[in-house]
Design a protein around this ligand. Structure first.
Ligand SMILES: Cc1cc2nc3c(=O)[nH]c(=O)nc-3n(C[C@H](O)[C@H](O)[C@H](O)COP(=O)(O)OP(=O)(O)OC[C@H]3O[C@@H](n4cnc5c(N)ncnc54)[C@H](O)[C@@H]3O)c2cc1C
Length: 428
């Protein structure tokens, strides 16, 4: 019998348990984890470095990184945000370094630092960590009025435990979602988020590793225009949500990088509906529109007439990409500016500002991925993270229908939810 049982020994579960114990050291707390190890996602996170948070300290601004949860998280981030996460780790002797793009990592560049911190804290605070304890049943004893204060029975493959309050932090686990559904919660169907785009196209073949800043837009492919429009309506997505500007990385399989990952997150549901077959339009020179660029190219043609186009460093673009786009505009390796026709010049302007690519499928982004979907946000009180349907049951982390773009925001959702739930749970 425990005062509090935390379901799931991941990021949110540990952070929650530690804060419950800190707030109320008298409570008897257990974490139930199905695996033989805890914190396995933390271990592999950020390519093994653990991108623990993001240096965005404005509660309203940070919510813009959450395709699901943007509105609901404003209040919680006013209570607990990235600065609080930094303070938590710093208080425990872990320095977090901020990289140029705002991502925060432990100075050791090792996720094990975060894991060690959590394990030491649970030990210090007397929290029981029960591994190999896959949860197979959650029963509310309140309804049956069987057992006084002990409102919950949690059945694992080995034992049944009782608790006064429970914190569900089981991440994207379909079995737990099914149990919650049976208990009256609505579960928004899970779909993957944060993935890279599979593209087979001559223009990007052989130039993998090239990275540049680009603006990218998801557009319907020729065959699924109707389906695309219907999906936009179904999920209340604006076409502007399906546009992004940021680093784009060409890979062996297609395209990746923050610009693409951002689109995969905002488009997670609609792209799933389209079976990951759609098109994108890439502007490799986001400062230009097609017409303005054409005028610029005409000027270059007049001034640099004798120069070979391929060898001209006309724009801030990686050489190999420039070569590939020049070729796609039907311009040969030896053509000089003075030699090319108006049509070739127009082709080049089109390629540079609006290259269309057909996407056929997705690949996993190894450094971070996440699932969109989970417990419907309407059924959670965001002042406490308590279920509105099952009093005494609290949520934190990926189990709820919140997910973010890459950059440390997914962990911040886990830390913030766990902290707020912990304060409510630990209150006498
Ligand atoms: C490869 C990878 C890299 C990532 N890198 C980053 C990153 O750098 N930065 C970032 O912000 N986000 C990152 N993420 C996302 C981040 O890891 C998650 O958003 C975060 O871990 C969610 O925390 P959670 O506690 O809700 O879920 P989890 O961390 O998944 O923890 C849930 C725990 O519950 C346990 N569990 C599930 N079902 C049961 C059951 N039936 N019984 C008992 N236990 C159960 C699981 O085994 C697990 O230990 C990454 C994700 C992946 C997959």
């Amino acid at each position: 019998m425990f005062d509090v049982i935390v379901l799931g020994g991941g990021a949110a579960g540990f952070y929650g348990a530690i804060h419950i114990a800190e707030r109320n050291p008298k409570l008897k707390i257990a974490i139930l984890e199905r695996g033989k190890e805890v914190l396995t996602k933390v271990k592999v996170s950020g390519g093994g470095r653990c991108n623990v948070a993001h240096a965005e300290f404005d509660p309203k601004e940070i919510t813009k990184n959450y395709p699901r949860g943007e509105r609901e998280l404003v209040g919680p981030f006013h209570t607990y945000c990235s600065g609080d996460t930094m303070a938590f780790f710093e208080k425990r002797g872990i320095q977090l370094n901020i990289e140029g793009d705002g991502r925060m990592f432990p100075a050791t560049n090792s996720s094990q630092t975060i894991i060690d911190c959590f394990l030491q804290e649970t030990e210090r605070l007397g929290i029981k960590v029960l591994k190999n304890s896959s949860i197979v049943g959650i029963t509310s004893l309140n309804e049956k009025k069987e057992n006084g204060d002990y409102a919950w029975a949690i059945k694992t493959i080995r034992n049944t435990y009782q608790a006064k309050k429970i914190l569900v932090a089981t991440g994207s686990n379909p079995k737990i979602w099914e149990l919650l559904r049976q208990m009256g919660h609505t579960i928004v169907a899970p779909v993957p988020s944060l993935f890279t785009f599979n593209i087979q196209d001559e223009r990007i073949t052989g130039i993998q590793g090239v990275s540049t800043n680009a603006s990218i837009k998801i557009i319907p492919s020729k065959v699924n225009n109707g389906k695309f429009k219907a999906a936009l309506k179904k999920y209340s997505i604006q076409t502007s949500d399906l546009e992004s500007e940021g680093p784009l990385l060409i890979t062996h399989w297609g395209m990746s990088g923050p610009g693409i990952l951002r689109l995969s997150a905002w488009g997670a549901r609609i792209l799933n509906d389209l079976n990951y077959k759609f098109s994108i339009k890439v502007n490799w020179l986001p400062a230009y529109h097609e017409e303005g660029l054409l005028r610029q190219l005409q000027q270059i043609k007049e001034v640099e007439g004798k120069k070979t186009i391929l060898r001209t460093k006309a724009f801030d673009l990686p050489k190999r990409l420039w070569g590939s786009l020049v070729k796609a505009a039907q311009i040969s390796d030896t053509d000089k500016w003075a030699d090319i026709s108006k049509i070739q010049l127009q082709n080049l302007a089109k390629q540079l500002t609006g290259s269309k690519f057909r996407v056929d499928g997705k690949s996993t982004f190894k450094e971070e991925f996440v699932t969109a979907g989970g417990v419907d946000l309407k059924e959670i009180n965001f002042k406490t993270y308590e279920s509105k349907i099952l009093p005494g049951l609290y949520f934190a982390g990926e189990v709820i229908n919140v997910d973010a773009i890459t950059g440390g925001f997914n962990f911040q959702n886990a830390w913030t939810g766990a902290y707020i739930a912990a304060q409510a749970i630990a209150k006498p």
